[in-house]
Design a protein around this ligand. Structure first.
Ligand code: IMP
Length: 204
């Protein structure tokens, strides 16, 4: 059974591949099935955006496709950047967006720097059938980056579960507690059900 990881984000590709490797699926990236461009994320929420990406790749590849839409919700910013985490400040790199976020919460005291990562994972097959999963991870934002692994806002996100930033954690450690890891766990539990067998059965 083939499954396309419907994202252009190489950080996400690595996390998806590592988490799904043991399920016996043949994992393909969007690039490997010839999908280079993704549609604009015009959804009103994470689930709609994930479905836009997954459906796009499922229709172009003719294969079941799994996409996520995720974001960082900062308490002191009323949930921003949230849905717009990837485009925050109209900046072009993870380090610029992280620096911009830190400057926006410069005056927020340590006890009020709470934040959570959220992830909606949507699986779509070419017939349009879909299934969705959800995960969250809670933490607090540091005043400076720490650690060199991961991507996005990982260097400033201090995980309450790990007692270190996501960038200081190994890939395995991050996967066990992260928003994407939790959503992938839900996917894995569902994947073992009869419903999943039917979902994948009409495709190679
Ligand atoms: P999107 O899901 O492609 O819209 O992008 C979500 C954005 O949220 C990413 O580009 C990152 O900036 C941020 N993000 C989502 N998940 C993570 C994560 O696991 N670590 C760090 N940043 C993340």
């Amino acid at each position: 059974m083939k499954l396309v990881i419907a994202t252009a984000n190489q950080g996400k590709v690595k996390e998806f591949s590592a988490a799904l490797a043991h399920l016996g699926l043949e994992l393909l990236t969007a690039t490997e099935v010839g999908v280079k461009d993704f549609p604009e994320e015009t959804g009103a929420n994470y689930k709609e955006n994930a479905a836009i990406k997954a459906l796009h790749v499922a229709q172009l590849s003719g294969l079941p496709s799994l996409a996520d839409d995720s974001g960082l919700e900062v308490d002191a910013l009323n949930g921003a950047p949230g849905l717009y985490s990837a485009r925050y400040g109209n900046l072009n790199s993870d380090s610029e967006r992280t620096a911009f976020l830190l400057s926006n919460i410069e005056n927020i005291e340590t006890s009020k720097r709470g934040a959570k990562f959220v992830c909606s994972l949507v699986l779509v097959n070419p017939d349009g059938l879909s299934k969705s999963f959800w995960g969250e991870a809670k933490g607090t934002l540091l005043r400076a980056a720490s650690g060199s692994d991961g991507f996005g806002y990982d260097p400033i996100f201090y995980s309450f579960d790990l007692d270190k930033t996501f960038s200081e954690a190994s890939k395995d450690e991050k996967r066990k507690v992260s928003h994407r890891g939790h959503a992938l766990n839900e996917f894995e539990a569902w994947f073992k059900t009869e419903e999943a067998k039917t979902f994948f059965s009409s495709h190679p």
